[in-house]
Design a protein around this ligand. Structure first.
Ligand SMILES: [Mg+2]
Length: 312
C-alpha cells in the first residue's frame, strides 16, 4: 500500500475549494429546490432566502459533515459509526431529509445493523436509486486523493449505509475519482476521461455520463434520481469554464437544485480552487452544525475541515 503523500499548496487550495464549493452549491440551490427551471434571461446568481435564510446549507452538506467526521475518527471508514452519526443527525430534527434516507434511518434507529437496513428498504423498491449518497460523498475524495483503491472502497461503503443500488455505488466512485484527479491537477476534461477509463459502470449509467456534456439545457430533468444529478453536475462542469458559471447553470435547473448544486460545487471547487469562489458567496455561507446547536459553520470552518481531511 502506498503511503499518503503530503499535499502541496495548489492541491490544498483545490481541496478547500471542493469542501467550500459543495456547501455553497447546496446553499445557492436551496431556494430553487422543487421549482421549475429559471428562464435563461433571469438566472439566480445570488444567495437568497428560501425556506431557510440566504446562504444556508441543507441536509446534503449536513450528511457530508457527518461522513467527514466519521472519516476523521475511523479509517478505513467504519460503516456502523457512520450509521450512528446519521441517526444522531436525524435525531436533531433537520429541516430536510430524503424519503429513502429517512426510511433507512428509521430501521437503523430501531436496531437493524448498518448492512441490513438499507438492503431492506431497497428490497421494497428494487429500482429506487436516489442521489442521497452521491450528494454527500466528497469527503472520501479529500481523504484518499492519492489512494485510488481506498477511495473506491470507502466511496462504496459510505453509500451502502443508506443507498445500496449499484447505480448509487458507481456514481459515488465516479464522482470521487473525478474529484481526486482534479485535486492532483487534471483539467476537467482530463479528470472526466480518467474516471471514465478507470471506474466500472453499469451500461445505462455509463451512457448517462458519456452523454452529459452534449445535453441541451431543456433535456436536463435534474430530479432526485442519481442519474439526473450526476448528469447535471457533469454538464455544469464540462460545458462552462469557471466555478461561478458551473454552479449558476446547474442550480437554475431547479427541481433537486440543492443536491445537484452540492455535487457540481464539489467538482468545480476541486477544479478551480478556493480562490476561484466568489467572495460574496463565501461570506454568505452559514449553517448550524450540529443542526440546532449554537455552533455556526462558515466558509472558514469548511477550509479547516478540508485541511484535516487531506492531512495538511
Ligand atoms: Mg438538501
Amino acid at each position: 500500500m502506498n503511503a499518503p503523500i503530503t499535499p502541496d499548496p495548489v492541491l490544498l487550495d483545490r481541496a478547500r475549494g471542493c469542501a467550500v464549493g459543495a456547501a455553497i452549491g447546496d446553499a445557492l440551490g436551496m431556494p430553487l429546490e422543487a421549482r421549475p427551471p429559471r428562464p435563461l434571461d433571469n438566472l439566480l446568481r445570488e444567495m437568497v432566502r428560501g425556506r431557510l435564510p440566504a446562504g444556508s446549507f441543507t441536509d446534503d452538506t449536513e450528511m457530508a459533515l457527518a461522513l467527514a467526521e466519521s472519516l476523521l475518527a475511523h479509517r478505513p471508514l467504519d460503516p456502523a459509526d457512520l450509521a450512528r452519526r446519521f441517526i444522531a443527525w436525524a435525531d436533531t430534527g433537520p429541516d430536510d431529509i430524503g424519503v429513502h434516507t429517512s426510511r433507512v434511518l428509521w430501521r437503523l434507529r430501531r436496531g437493524d445493523p448498518w448492512d441490513v437496513a438499507a438492503e431492506a428498504v431497497q428490497e421494497m423498491n428494487r429500482d429506487s436509486a436516489a442521489n442521497g449518497s452521491l450528494m454527500r460523498c466528497w469527503p472520501v475524495a479529500l481523504v484518499y486523493w492519492s489512494e485510488p483503491e481506498a477511495l473506491r472502497r470507502d466511496s462504496v461503503l459510505q453509500s451502502r449505509v443508506t443507498h445500496v443500488h449499484i447505480d448509487c455505488l458507481a456514481a459515488c466512485v465516479f464522482a470521487n475519482t473525478l474529484i481526486a484527479a482534479l485535486l492532483r491537477g487534471a483539467t476537467p476534461a482530463e479528470a472526466f476521461n480518467e474516471a471514465l477509463a478507470t471506474v466500472p459502470l453499469p451500461d445505462d449509467l455509463r451512457d448517462t455520463i458519456e452523454l452529459a456534456a452534449s445535453r441541451r439545457r431543456e433535456q436536463l430533468r435534474n430530479s432526485g434520481w442519481v442519474h439526473h444529478t450526476l448528469e447535471s453536475a457533469l454538464w455544469g462542469l464540462l460545458t462552462t469554464d469557471s466555478f461561478e458559471e458551473a454552479l449558476v447553470q446547474v442550480v437554475n435547473l431547479g427541481h433537486d437544485a440543492d443536491s445537484a448544486g452540492a455535487v457540481v460545487g464539489a467538482l468545480a471547487g476541486a477544479a478551480y480552487g478556493l480562490a476561484s469562489i466568489p467572495e460574496r458567496w463565501r461570506t454568505a455561507l452559514r449553517g448550524a452544525w450540529p443542526p440546532r446547536s449554537r455552533t455556526i459553520w462558515t466558509a472558514d470552518d469548511f477550509v479547516a475541515l478540508a485541511d484535516r481531511l487531506v492531512g495538511a
